[in-house]
Design a binder for this molecule. Structure first.
Ligand code: GLU
Length: 468
């Protein structure tokens, strides 16, 4: 981050704007912003005959709803300030999209590329044991999920570690989300955050009067999009937007630079190239630009930062040309950049809303684990049968055959993935509508409005419980 503020302070400063609009008294404002508890663990692991010491954190920002929820990040950029900022964002995120969880986040200072799979397993299991033993991981109180540098694999190891420590806990599978599907995971969780970005943009484009403020016109079809980061979030967002909404991904920025193709990049092929070569350089048919940061400033319709925090800062905000930014990463726009971009009339769909798809589907996974049954298992065939009866009845009454394509739509019982995506879509739509309403109520930007939405809910629950 090139600004003077830390990530934590940057988030707080943006939240302060919402607190001021709501005229929240100082004590309550502090109670809302403060991180409840932060655990630091330092633990040794024997690797290739040598003892290595690792440091990890788990910050619980709020416990007004339990469990507290948020991912675990593995990276060498991890530090306590970052974990606290990300935990705070989790609180607001859950409140905005009506997921009944508190906010938490964890991180381990590690470069995963330096260790073998076996070593990562030992380190992860050890980290999980530390969190469990210190009361920072359980289905009822604190439930991690994947984040940067972690995925289904790490979640499976964490689950197994918890299960071995507490085999009598009938809900052990709910101690972590983002698990592999055959270990209690849910369909659609891997792509959920990217899907959520897509649903957020679709909902925004359903409001022509809002779209008009950006100077853009029409729907998503044909829009020129620049994506920063082709990790789990950026990849699925780009892939789905290109395949299902007809956007053109004109540039992708990665660690080693950017690739540009005004006709639209083939995202699955680019991802394949990235995983084989470790970078985007040399991707056939596209122009390579070694200065990735400069491509953030490229002329386009929508900019989707989907990598690290602080990438749009006081130093480059004045040069960003996209009229619309959809924040798929956590904290990609600093508080100082936020001021500059707002003054320039650039519309930002804020992170705490745009990337909430992950935790929304985590919530579904957690419920699935507590109910010990896959969504749709009871009603799927029944719904199918009812559809068939309706088709039969209509055919008998009209004495005409039912059109085949309509028949297959009606005689269809929803799969778990259908239900997950339906719940995700509904949550994102409702989230945006609440933000929009508040942005009109206070005549303010979406980020401030989103924080107002969150603070009202968090404050309500503090007041109801008398916790402050
Ligand atoms: N790490 C993701 C996020 O930042 C997902 C958190 C979760 O599913 O608990 O929102």
């Amino acid at each position: 981050m090139r600004d003077n503020l830390s990530f934590r302070d940057s988030v707080d400063r943006m939240v302060d704007r919402a607190l001021a609009l709501l005229e929240v008294e100082d004590g309550m404002a502090q109670a809302i912003k403060a991180c409840n508890t932060v655990l630091t663990v330092t633990f040794p692991v024997r690797i290739r005959g040598r003892i290595e010491v690792f440091t990890g954190w788990r910050a619980t920002h709020s416990i007004h709803r339990l469990p507290s929820k948020g991912g675990i990040r593995y990276a060498t950029t991890v530090n306590q300030d970052e974990v606290e900022a990300l935990a705070a964002l989790m609180t607001y995120k859950c409140a905005i999209v009506n997921v009944p969880f508190g906010g938490s986040k964890g991180g381990l200072y590690i470069d995963p590329a330096k260790y073998s799979r076996e070593e990562m397993e030992i380190i992860t299991r050890r980290f999980a044991r530390e969190l469990i033993r210190k009361g920072f991981l359980s289905p009822a109180t604190n439930v991690p999920a994947p984040d940067m540098g972690t995925g289904q694999r790490e979640m499976a190891w964490i689950l197994d570690t918890y299960k071995h420590l507490y085999p009598e806990d009938i809900n052990y599978a709910a101690c972590v989300t983002g698990k592999p599907v055959n270990h209690g995971g849910i369909q659609g969780r891997v792509e959920a955050t990217g899907r959520g970005v897509q649903y957020a943009l679709r909902e925004f484009f359903r409001h022509p009067e809002e779209v008009a403020k950006t100077g853009l016109e029409g729907g998503l079809e044909g829009k020129r999009v620049v994506v920063q980061g082709l990790g789990n979030v950026g990849y699925h967002a780009a892939r789905l937007l290109a395949a299902e909404d007809g956007v053109r991904i004109v540039a992708v920025i990665e660690r080693d630079g950017a690739v540009i193709d005004p006709a639209g990049l083939d995202i699955p092929a680019l991802r394949q190239h990235l995983s084989e070569r470790g970078g985007v350089k040399g991707f056939p048919g596209a122009r390579y630009e070694p200065d990735g940061a400069a491509v953030l400033e490229m002329d386009c319709d929508i900019l989707i930062p989907a990598a690290l925090e602080g990438v749009i800062h006081a130093g480059n905000a004045a040069r960003i040309r996209a009229p619309l930014i959809a924040e798929a990463a956590n904290g990609p726009v600093t508080a100082e950049a936020d001021v500059i971009l707002r003054e320039r009339g650039i519309t930002m769909l804020p992170d705490a809303f745009v990337n909430a798809g992950g935790v929304i589907v985590s919530y579904f996974e957690w419920i699935r684990n507590l109910s010990h049954i896959r969504f749709g298992r009871m009603e799927r065939r029944f719904d199918e049968l009812r559809g068939r009866h309706i088709v039969d009845a209509i055919e008998r009454m009209t004495e005409a055959p039912f059109p085949d394509h309509l028949r297959s739509e009606l005689v269809y019982g929803a799969t778990e993935l259908d239900l997950v995506n339906s719940g995700l879509d509904d949550s994102m739509r409702q989230g945006f509508q609440e933000i929009l309403e508040v942005s009109r109520e206070f005549d303010t930007d979406y980020r401030t409005a989103a924080f107002v939405v969150a603070i009202r809910k968090v404050m309500r629950s503090y007041l109801d419980m008398g916790v402050y």
